[in-house]
Design a protein around this ligand. Sequence first.
Ligand SMILES: Nc1nc2c(ncn2[C@@H]2O[C@H](COP(=O)(O)OP(=O)(O)OP(=O)(O)O)[C@@H](O)[C@H]2O)c(=O)[nH]1
Ligand SMILES: [Mg+2]
Length: 674
Amino acid sequence: MSLQKPAGPRSIALIGPYSSGKTTLLESILHICGKIDRKGRVDDGSTVGDSSKEARDRKMGVEVNSAHFSFLGDDFTVLDCPGSVEFLQESENALIGVDAAVLVCEPVEDRSITLLPLMKFLEQNDIPTFIFVNKIDKAKGTIHDLFRSLEAASHRDLVLRQVPIFNEGTVTGYVDLASERAYVYKEGAASKIIDLPPEMAEEEGTSRFTMLETLADFDDHLMEELLEDIEPEKDEIYGLLRQELKDGLVVPVFLGSADKDAGVRRLLKALRHEVPEATETAGRIGLTPNPEKQVAQVLKTYMSAQGGKLSLVRVWSGMLADGDTFSAGRIAGMFRLMGGKSEKVSSAKEGEIVALGRMEELHTGDFLNDGALVQVNTPEILNPVFNWALFSNRREDDVKLTAALNKLVEEDPSLIAEHKQETQELLLKGQGEMHLRVALERLRNKYGLDVKSQTPKVAYKEAIRKGAVQHARFRKQSGGHGQFGDVKIEINPLPRGSGFEFKETVVGGSVPKQYIPAVEHGVKEYLSEGPLGFPVVDVSVTLKDGQHHTVDSSENSFKSAARIAMSEGMPKCSPVLLEPVYKIDIAMPSEYTSKVNGIVSSRRGQILGFDAREGWSGWDILTAMMPESELQDLIVDLRSATLGVGTFRYEYDHLQELTGHIADKVIQSQGTSH
Ligand SMILES: Nc1nc2c(ncn2[C@@H]2O[C@H](COP(=O)(O)OP(=O)(O)OP(=O)(O)O)[C@@H](O)[C@H]2O)c(=O)[nH]1
Ligand SMILES: [Mg+2]
């Protein structure tokens, strides 16, 4: 077992549910470490962490911000991640490059479940994790109940490292279970050591023993000591705390209040002694660090309004210098970021996180690898769950809009911009309404584009239920030679999914061969908008007979005759509306399954079945069919029923007949939009 203190620049990510206090914690850390003179406040928009206008306006994180500090000679970069589930991709991208995560949460038992999706990601990626229970100044109830609720959200064993000292219902200090020392918080200053309050002795004893027992589960030597009632050495305990964190076996839990700087120094000491070093992390993610080789990885991409690209990279090995050339480009400017501010540096060594200028070919997740660009697996891109159709108020902005959207997607890969052929709309897909609203604000603030959004159109279609035979003649006499086309067609329904079929059974040249394609053309033109106003599918049209005129007939006149035949014949075929139906898989903790069941039914969903979610114990997957029109804001209901943790995937499945008053409304609104 290695007892050596880790060395070299290290990095952590502050993650955790929305509004748990990550940005405030960063502010407290930076203040304690002398990086800022005055602590900013989230509510005033004066923090390092919420640097963008979009974040400040909302008083919440909307993208990753980087800052750095030194604590007792150890250098750290911190990535302050947004907590809202709608910006989850930011946390996942940042987490791939850090040595440890500090999961900041609130002391509210019923909310521990909101940690589940992040916990799962941390476990799946073996990321060493600390929990910091923030806002301890507001704690109600006992730490042990909270601890049990946190345990339920984690597969890894939690190790409570501190117990709070309560004074008249408020937490005024803590007992540190590793050192067995007691402290009282001093607002804005270091906590003061005090004698262990006698009434705390019993709780301290049992909690400490629980901590040691958990550590001993993974260490035989400590287990023997505990069995033989031998007091383990302090160094042995500290060594195991570091080792078992690094191996992803345990998650230490600390307490404090970022707002009052309480417990933050204790957390910093733990980070200093326990966060693994960069070489250890490189080993964890499968790299073999070699100081001779330059290896770095992009954790986040920022685009400036002028189009300048900044790639925030973690240096895994070797030394990067401004001006170095790689196949992905030449580093044109190297910066250390402090929220929205940047400081020019000339080089970065192993473990550091710096921003590289103008590496155009480099994308989030990419490796810069000794001259060669290597594409590697980045965290999976989250499935979009919410869409908007976008349109610019000025036509001349259309080209600018496409370019600006590309930049937004570069910064945030969980945004998808795509053109939907069927409805001729530009869709922006993402993780929720707020996610897309922030994207639109960026378009306005950064790129001066005034973009409007609306609920995307559903690509309704129509089909027919029965066939008809229709005769039509197109005849015009105007000046010179006239126009003449005459057709008899048979229209028939086809099975669902067959599309369109055109046949001809003309005998004796009543419709000359050269005009038949024009008939098909006319039929097809008509089918782009059937009697109900939507594209027609699953229909077969057969040209059976007709008449022509040697002088007046032309392709155009047959095309027109075909269109007339279709527009007169189709309404007789019992047209019916078709709506797109999607297959959806909804994932949620099983205690919410019946609630979600109700949501699905109320949205005309057809439940196909339930299953346990693979690899997620205590979670279910509900599979259902749901019409597209009901999917649009499903995520809103789903999140409000599941404390924000429910999610879903969807995939187009089939077209289904829609009748009754919902169909009438759709047909009516199609009529009014013309
Ligand atoms: N009482 C109390 N309030 C706190 C504490 N830490 C943060 N807050 C308040 O909690 C609110 C949210 O704090 P933030 O620091 O923005 O939380 P965050 O986790 O960064 O939020 P997101 O980035 O939006 O996920 C702010 O109003 C803070 O002032 C604390 O220790 N005690
Ligand atoms: Mg924040």
